[in-house]
Each structure stands twice: as C-alpha cells, then as structure tokens.
Ligand binder design. Sequence first.
Ligand SMILES: NC(=O)c1ccc[n+]([C@@H]2O[C@H](COP(=O)([O-])OP(=O)(O)OC[C@H]3O[C@@H](n4cnc5c(N)ncnc54)[C@H](O)[C@@H]3O)[C@@H](O)[C@H]2O)c1
Length: 271
Amino acid sequence: MAAEFAPDDQQLDGKVAIVSGAGAVEGGIGNGRAASILLSRAGARIVAVDRDLDRAAETVQMIEAEGGTAFAHAADTTLEADCQAMVAKVMETYGRVDVLDNNVGIGSSGTVVDESLENWERVMRVNVQSMFMAAKFAIPAMIDSGGGGAIVNVSSISALRPRGLTAYSASKGAVISLTRAMAMDHAADGVRANCIAPGPVYTPMVYSRGMSEAAREGRRKASPLGIEGSGWDIGNAVVFLCSARARYITGQTLVVDGGITASGPARDPNA
Ligand SMILES: NC(=O)c1ccc[n+]([C@@H]2O[C@H](COP(=O)([O-])OP(=O)(O)OC[C@H]3O[C@@H](n4cnc5c(N)ncnc54)[C@H](O)[C@@H]3O)[C@@H](O)[C@H]2O)c1
C-alpha cells in the first residue's frame, strides 16, 4: 500500500522564507546564515534580514552561488516600522510569506544583582520584542498567502539551565512562552510555531569575542556526544520544523545541544 504521506527532499519548493539575523561576521557561519542556506537548498526563496545589510548581502551571495534565489533586506527587527516594511517588501517582491525564522538575538552576562536595567531592557527588546514584532506582520501575510505558515523562534538552553546570564536566560524563556502563545492562537489559521533551544554553538557571535582552544575543548566535553555544535546543526533543525515533515508539530521546543540538558552527574556505581 502506498504511503499516505511521503514528503520529498525538496520540501519547501515554491515557499518564501524570512530569516532574521541572517548575516554573520567575518564570513563565518552563524545560525541565521546556515538556516538561510539550508532553507534555500530545500527549495525556498530567501529574504535575508539583518540590521547590517553587508552581512545579509554576503549570505545572499552564498545562496546565489549555489543557484538559489534570495534578496537582502536591512531592518532593525526591534522596530515596528522596520518589521512592517520588511513584510511589505517581501509581499511586493515574492507575493507570499510561508516561513519566518526569528533568529535575531544578542548575548549578555551578569547576575540579577549586577545586571543594569538599561541592559536588561536592551536584551529584552532585541531577543523578545524582535520576535513579537516580526510575527505581528508575518502571520497576517502567511494567512493571506493561503498555504499556512511555519515560525521558528530561536531560544537557548540558557532558558532551561540558566547560569550567570540573567537577562539572556529570562529573554530566552520568554521566547518559549511567546512561541506557545503564537502556536495556540494561530493553529486554526494553519500557522505552526516552534522553538529551537541551541546549546553552545561555535558561531561568529562566539568566536569573534575570542575563545581559546581550551575553552572550546571544555564546550565539547560538556556534551555527552563530545562534539561542538555548529550553525548547520541549528539550520537543519529549522528546515525540519518548517517543512511538511513537521506538519503535526506546534508549540514545541526542540533542544539541539548534543545532550547537555539531558545529562547529570555521573552515577556512582557503588552508591
Ligand atoms: N551561538 C550560540 O552558541 C547560541 C546558543 C544558543 C542560542 N543562540 C541564539 O541563536 C541566534 C543566532 O545566534 P548567532 O550565534 O548565529 O548570532 P550572530 O551574532 O552570529 O548573528 C546574529 C545576527 O543578528 C543580527 N542582529 C542583531 N540584532 C539585530 C537587530 N536588532 N535587527 C536585525 N538584525 C540584528 C546581527 O547583525 C548578526 O548578523 C540568537 O538568537 C542567539 O541567541 C546562539
């Protein structure tokens, strides 16, 4: 008997995907750049959005070099007007929106005692407000496009296992709740919303701050698999969650961390 549902490899043919924070510094592979390239390989036309247009344009060059279709768009996704203009530009150019990879995020460290209110507000604005704003305009466009929609909001395992990154952890926890709210509120519209919670991933955000080989090795050892995550690991999870293969999945958080959050202290065999 033929399979009832057997999606092929080009799962996103004809679809249009907006990726925020699609650039990366120093020609590297960040989570947004990797997702843009992998969504393109799956058949989608890509809108690479970044507040730094040169970074987004570099992502577009990489996609076009492989024969994909994309354009770069400059936007500060914390701003309502920029998010509105971003979606208007996508509708004008491609006439539809199917996927939103809400990937923008900034890091921050400090305890609740030493974190400043100013920085707390900045982190919340970039990490949470950006996702709220982009979705506010993308969801109606997805509904108008008539093919449902898929949103991925990028959280972090810091939301699940916070340590010394108070504002960042709180912002990424809010991303999980925001995702569940979007998923419930728009399921009847055919829009799915899921979260990815990456573990330590070796992206330009991390290595441009400087990271010794010893620190990198420590990150590898923190994972039961003994390996370090890359932007490609996150990008592959984005493609899966946005494809028809995930059609029955919404409101979930997919942890992509080499098993870090599943691990605990080694069991004492004599205990
Ligand atoms: N790298 C990690 O280890 C790690 C771990 C967990 C979660 N994450 C999350 O993954 C996402 C991407 O991380 P990355 O390491 O690839 O980051 P990155 O710094 O390499 O790339 C982020 C991009 O977002 C852009 N950006 C920042 N603020 C913006 C704004 N207001 N408007 C538009 N663009 C903006 C930057 O210009 C940059 O090009 C973030 O949400 C981050 O919190 C990363």
